[in-house]
Design a protein around this ligand. Structure first.
Ligand code: PYR
Length: 501
């Protein structure tokens, strides 16, 4: 503990390295050393990653995953051991891993943003420039990834029935999303740890880091005029994101209910205090879904990586298979995001904690639950299978794509799509403006994009996000003109052939 260092004495990397075991575990962040021995069992991201980073400087890893508020919440002042000495700080400032060098070289060879013409361009670039452990986390779905693939495929099975000989010289792609004026019927879906994909090279200064991840998404979304929903497990706090946002720009807050309800109540109160526009409760995580794919991909990465020890270590600690006796290692995804006791009555509870704020229920996979959410007083629902990361079945069966759920709502409960104070949103698999139009034709008020925003911000920061939204706006505008509509409220099922869905 702190007492073991002579007062005023500074700590060397060699001294730090000695405290790398479960009886005495130290880590260094931003030049300060902390004793986290008694935090091993309490770390919400699991003890493994902490144990394997004992005795090391973890500044980069920490900042790419956690906002500074996380630190204040979990680390007590008496855990502070002391400062790293000058020589150690100098050594660290010169250190770049092979992975960082690979990323820097790839970024140096990248064309400017004007070369980007589609969302798939951004995806390809992101895969090349983010750390491999980040790509394994961002890109994967549950189990076989059948649900993940189906989300996008469903859009391809719906055809347009365009109408012609109408004056479409003036089209308007704008709408409102839960009262927020929006340049297109799109918002940014909440996704965790956006900071992981950002360049790590040369970003030791906290100033550079605070402008990255979800803060950069906020600037891009603000410039292009759409709503961003911040993940409960964002690498930036709502406070930091609001600071990066424009005056008056709205940011929604996504919530995972915790088994300890007081923790959840506190999270909602804090979100309200920090100016959240709305609370988006995720309801499809009663347990963390199958993580086979992320493990398989990480093993493939490990083989590919050969002798790259640094990366091997990072991947192995985050993504290794479970210890004998446990079917799966859920650690990479298990952030306290699962709560099996959740019921419809929790909507009223959340509303009582966030009076006046819209409450959105995210993760609906059957039309009957849309009706229930409406009856239980939700302001909106998101038809979603969590980007194919939750319900999936081995072999070929999968959770139905959100577009099919929307079609079912349209068939069985069309009234819920046309209530003045209730909105149906959808996320999963949207990669083109015409996908947006198809969802709107079936009655969605807007759609969410999650992974594409990660790709955009990873590749080009806030400008990437702005560019992504402008590409979508152009695709939506062209699509509307070719369909024969001039405003998004004119879109309806008559513009679609859904017989192949
Ligand atoms: C996910 O990884 O899917 C989360 O929601 C955190």
């Amino acid at each position: 503990s702190a007492g073991s260092i002579a007062t005023g004495g500074k700590i060397s990397l060699a001294q730090l390295a000695k405290h790398s075991h479960s009886k005495s575990l130290w880590i260094a962040i931003d030049g300060k050393v902390y004793d986290v021995t008694d935090f091993l069992d309490r770390h919400p991201g699991g003890s493994k990653i902490l144990a394997e980073n004992g005795g090391k400087d973890v500044s980069k890893l920490f900042h790419s995953i956690h906002p500074p508020t996380t630190f204040d919440k979990y680390i007590r002042p008496d855990q502070y051991v002391g400062q790293l000495d000058e020589e150690s700080l100098y050594t660290l400032s010169k250190e770049t891993s092979e992975e960082e060098q690979r990323i820097q070289a790839t970024r140096d060879a990248m064309f400017g943003i004007n070369s980007v013409v589609s969302l798939s361009d951004l995806e390809r670039l992101a895969e090349a420039v983010v750390p491999r452990h980040a790509w394994a986390y961002y890109s994967t779905g549950a189990d076989t990834e059948a649900a993940l693939g189906e989300n996008a495929n469903a859009f391809k099975r719906v055809y347009f029935r365009p109408r012609t000989m109408r004056d479409v010289s003036n089209t308007d792609t704008s709408t409102t999303v839960l009262g927020v004026k929006s340049s297109i019927p799109v918002y940014i879906s909440p996704t965790a740890r956006n900071g992981m994909g950002h360049p790590e090279v040369g970003v030791r200064s906290v100033t550079a880091l605070t402008s990255q991840g979800e803060a950069a998404v906020a600037r891009g979304a603000g410039e292009a005029g759409i709503l961003q929903v911040l993940s409960h497990f964002a690498s930036k706090s709502l406070d930091e994101v609001k600071a990066a946002a424009k005056d008056g720009q709205q940011v929604g807050y996504q919530l995972y209910l915790q088994p300890d309800r007081e923790q959840s109540a506190e999270a909602v109160r804090e979100a309200v205090k920090n100016g959240a526009h709305s609370i988006w409760l995720t309801v499809d995580t009663t347990i963390v879904g199958g993580a086979l794919c992320i493990i398989r991909k990480s093993e493939a990465h490990l083989m590919q990586l050969g002798k790259r020890e640094t990366e091997r270590r990072i991947l192995a600690q985050e993504l290794s298979p479970a210890p004998h006796g446990q079917p799966l290692n859920r650690a990479p995804l298990d952030y306290g995001m699962s709560e099996p006791k959740m019921t419809w009555d929790d909507i009223a509870w959340i509303r009582s904690l966030a009076p006046g704020l819209p409450v959105v229920i995210k993760g609906i996979g059957a039309w009957e639950d849309v009706v229930l959410a409406y009856q239980k007083g939700a302001d909106a629902v998101v038809l979603s299978n969590h980007g194919g990361r939750q319900l999936d079945f081995k072999l070929t069966r999968s959770a139905q794509p959100p577009l099919k759920t929307l079609y079912d709502v349209h068939q069985h409960a069309p009234d819920t799509l046309h209530q003045p104070n209730f909105s149906v949103f959808l996320d999963g698999g949207i990669r083109h403006g015409t996908d947006v139009l198809k969802a709107l034709c079936l009655g969605a008020k807007a759609v969410g994009l999650g992974r594409p925003a990660i790709h955009a911000v990873s590749a080009y920061g806030s400008e990437g996000v702005e560019k992504m939204i402008m590409i979508l706006q152009e695709e939506i505008d062209i699509g509307m003109k070719l369909l024969g509509v001039t405003s998004v409220d004119q879109l309806g099922p008559e513009y679609l052939d859904t017989s192949k869905l």
